[in-house]
Design a protein around this ligand. Structure first.
Ligand SMILES: Cc1cc2nc3c(=O)[nH]c(=O)nc-3n(C[C@H](O)[C@H](O)[C@H](O)COP(=O)(O)OP(=O)(O)OC[C@H]3O[C@@H](n4cnc5c(N)ncnc54)[C@H](O)[C@@H]3O)c2cc1C
Length: 314
């Protein structure tokens, strides 16, 4: 039973990225008492400029998009607090969340929009982020392959994921090189498909990356001189931030993501997932769509609990 009005909410949204902030906007406009809790790690905050977010033909910087989305949700009454949630428990009619600094919140429903973490290349954090901002290090060909049309492109990760990424990028440039992080792990079939597409495959392990303002130097074992690329795409996978989903009883997909039907709350009653943490295409527009669906499902679920729907009244 929930009792303290200061810490009790209709819905707590975990995450302040495009998914969580869209959910918060919709929920606030459904006149729900909604709190967003986040630990400041939205991937969108790392986007220098996105050119595929619909409605922004000149592109928009990730931090500016997040600032506008936060302001939009707040304008309708959504509250935000910064904290890392480390525990979540479900009782008969509520959820209880605890943060690493000991704060506690209770809510009737939860939207889980906790995103993913990228597996990054080995560079000091400040060097890594400067390379991201300069656009010489990229992680998402769907997002920004277009911006590198006809450039010399390197892909790191000489396995099936790297091969798929290299073949995807071939649409943008004839000059693609696939390089292993440590050793190549390609099947014969993959190797011949890459050869057919004119993609160069290197076999020497990656020794070092040296980003500059106009490109990235790659030092490979066995190469006399560094290779120079306009941009590098590491294809090293990601880790969904799904620990809280597991704690609350959601069974994950093989890749560690939350299943798609959790968007509609069909895994655990009262828990609605959205965005990158859900299995699918990791994109801003998808995260926003999930956020709208999860929020509406959560609102309708609460209406059902309160016997405010036709179905519930029968
Ligand atoms: C460099 C880069 C460039 C990109 N470019 C594009 C692009 O051009 N176009 C595009 O569509 N996409 C792009 N993306 C992908 C895009 O950023 C993501 O798809 C999008 O941010 C997903 O939104 P989300 O809300 O699901 O997750 P995120 O934006 O990652 O937000 C997750 C939220 O959950 C919070 N959180 C997680 N766990 C906890 C916890 N335990 N307690 C509290 N808070 C928690 C985090 O603090 C964060 O607020 C890019 C990503 C990167 C890294």
């Amino acid at each position: 039973m929930m009792n303290n009005p200061e810490t009790c909410w209709d819905i707590v949204v975990i995450g302040a990225g495009p998914a969580g902030l869209t959910a918060a906007l919709y929920l606030a406009r459904y006149r729900r008492k909604v709190l967003v809790v986040h630990d400041g790690n939205s991937r969108a905050l790392r986007i220098p400029t996105t050119h595929n977010a619909p409605g922004f033909p000149e592109g928009i910087d990730g931090p500016l998009l997040i600032e506008r989305m936060s302001r939009h949700a707040a304008a309708y009454g959504a509250c935000t607090q910064e904290a890392e949630i480390i525990d979540i428990e479900r009782s008969a009619d509520s959820f209880r969340m605890r943060s690493s600094d000991g704060r506690v919140w209770e809510s009737r429903a939860v939207v889980l929009a906790s995103g993913i973490l990228l597996n990054q290349v080995d560079l000091a954090e400040d060097v890594h982020d400067a390379a991201l901002r300069a656009g010489v290090l990229r992680y998402c060909p769907i997002c920004d392959g277009f911006e590198h049309t006809d450039q010399r492109i390197g892909v790191i990760g000489c396995d099936s994921d790297g091969a798929a990424e290299a073949l995807f990028l071939r649409q943008y440039s004839p000059d693609i090189t696939l390089m292993p992080l440590s050793h190549p792990a390609l099947s014969e079939e993959q190797a011949s498909e890459l050869a057919r597409a004119g993609i160069v495959v290197k076999t020497g392990a990656l020794h070092a990356l040296n980003p500059g303002p106009d490109g990235m130097e790659v030092h490979l074992e066995g190469e006399a001189a560094p290779l120079l690329f306009g941009v590098i795409y590491p294809a090293l996978g990601s880790r969904p931030r799904a620990e809280l989903a597991v704690r609350i009883g959601i069974e994950l997909e093989a890749e560690g993501c939350v299943p798609v039907h959790s968007i509609r709350g069909r895994c655990v009653p009262g828990v609605f997932a959205a965005g990158d943490v859900v299995e699918g295409l990791d994109q801003i527009s998808v995260a926003m769509g999930h956020g709208a669906l999860a929020a509406t499902s959560a609102h309708n679920w609460l209406r059902e609990q309160d016997r405010q729907t036709l179905q519930a009244a029968c």
